[in-house]
Write a protein that binds this ligand. Sequence first.
Ligand SMILES: Cc1cc2nc3c(=O)[nH]c(=O)nc-3n(C[C@H](O)[C@H](O)[C@H](O)COP(=O)(O)O)c2cc1C
Length: 177
Amino acid sequence: MAESKSLIAYFSRKGNNYVGGNIVNLPIGNTGVIAKKIQELTGSDMFQIKTVKSYPDDYTETTNVARKELKENARPELTGTVNDMDLYDVIYLGYPNWCGTMPMAVFTFLESYDFSGKTIIPYCTHEGSGMGSSERDIKKLCPNAKVLSGLAIRGGSVTGADKELANWLKKPGMSRI
Ligand SMILES: Cc1cc2nc3c(=O)[nH]c(=O)nc-3n(C[C@H](O)[C@H](O)[C@H](O)COP(=O)(O)O)c2cc1C
């Protein structure tokens, strides 16, 4: 049997963002920083979920677009696809908390593949809302996947999150919801 492989699929928006009460410019998005650390710890393949239409540079304008997309239950078009999703048994799914859940682009991503029998391990970065309703939303979109409980990390804490991440990844099977 082929060796089981894991994939880190993540959405992250670098640039103008709100961190710890201030507007800052992030050279790498917070969720991207964590994706890289998970890769170092697990050796997983990486896939960045990107939209064809990019979000505005400005933070407030992006929140307006994001709110509208959520309200309309939009499915923004993505730029690329995972070559062979069948290869992966475990998917670390990373995203920022946007408006209480995942960016709608992550909804598009989850609807683009069959995750039956796979394990989805979510994590998010946020500014206070934690995982929000994202875990519930993932389960709705992927009813036949095993969705483990996620790890929520404050945006301002990503650079120092190594130990927390290592401990999280060490949990046997991780705690199931
Ligand atoms: C459009 C938008 C909506 C957001 N909504 C929330 C929210 O509802 N709750 C929250 O805690 N943080 C919210 N945030 C903050 C992000 O979750 C946080 O800054 C995250 O670390 C950004 O990750 P990234 O740099 O990987 O994109 C929002 C940020 C943006 C840009």
